[in-house]
Design a protein around this ligand. Sequence first.
Ligand SMILES: *Cc1c(COP(=O)(O)O)cnc(C)c1O
Length: 381
Amino acid sequence: MTLIPFNKPYLTGKETQYIADAVALGKISGDGSFTKKCHAFFEEKYGFKKALLTTSCTDALEMAAILAVIEPGDEVIMPSYTFVSSSNAFVLRGAVIRFVDSMPNHPNMDVTKIEALINNKTKAILPVHYAGHACDMDIIMALANKYNLIVIEDAAQAIDSYYKGKPLGSIGHMAAFSFHETKNIISGEGGMLTINDAKFIDRAEIIREKGTNRSQFFRGEVDKYSWVDIGSSFLPSEIIAAFLYAQIENLQDIQEKRLTLWNAYYNGLKEWADTNGYILPNTFEYATNNAHMFYIDCGSLEKRMQLIEHLKAKNILAVFHYLSLHSSPFYAAKHDGRELINADNYTNNLVRLPLYYELGLNEIDYIVNQITSINHTLSSH
Ligand SMILES: *Cc1c(COP(=O)(O)O)cnc(C)c1O
């Protein structure tokens, strides 16, 4: 078997044609026709009050932190088991991060542990929908209402996924999505901020345009544009938006294919996992599965290393991720010292299997066969 990579960016076919179209239109900076088409698609399909493309999910999170008026010493509550940008965006504004443990049976944050961390410095809660599986948003929104907090969904992995029928990214006050090449739909690097509380919309447009009211100027709402607030250059060029639009047009097909592959892994591995102490992804009734990721909880660091090595020897690249942020070199000394046992367990035990559009069911069969033969192989050493 030739090498099976962990990820392979999928081109649906029209990406380069749309980029050529954008070039031919003579406007390749931001907020041209392809950006508008992307915004309209997301707003109509998912009911976001406002969608704004950004150059990354990281940038969308940084915008959200500015919009939430995070000031030095303010506290933000989020899971420890997540990507660094979730917290870095807020630390850039001087925030103190209060990390929440994962659930014992899912990497998502344990919502029952949030309320004890809320105090008069708490400004925001950042639920991360791990693997595109929704956090229990009713509980989070109820806490936000009770204590007057802002909820920013890290929906980087959560495109086209739902919580009790509501699209993820449409529930919190704001949400951040990623179109990095490892996500379901991609633009190389790319992201989106969505806004569901209308009071943030005007300022979001200003922050995204270097602190100017240029968006209002182009709509003819003001007769000149000027520097009115802090901001940065958060908007992507039309070349990025053109690429993304080709992906959007194939969203349904991409999701169906990924789900087929995900189910093939699940069905192929279930019995082996149950009999050998490995745990497959747990799904909740309130959450849909957008097949962003297929992972296995190996139960121990040793078993995970064995599995990764075993697959590598068979030319299959499986990877682990997220060194829990509360014990990272940058944050360990700033963390409040609480033990986060489940986050540490996922840090040590979780492995992600290859999952991308062009992966064949025959390749999944091959991978499943290699995995289910691991115990036999190890014992024969
Ligand atoms: C991918 C990812 C990000 C960052 O996305 P970029 O577009 O690369 O900035 C943030 N949070 C989570 C949970 C992610 O998976």
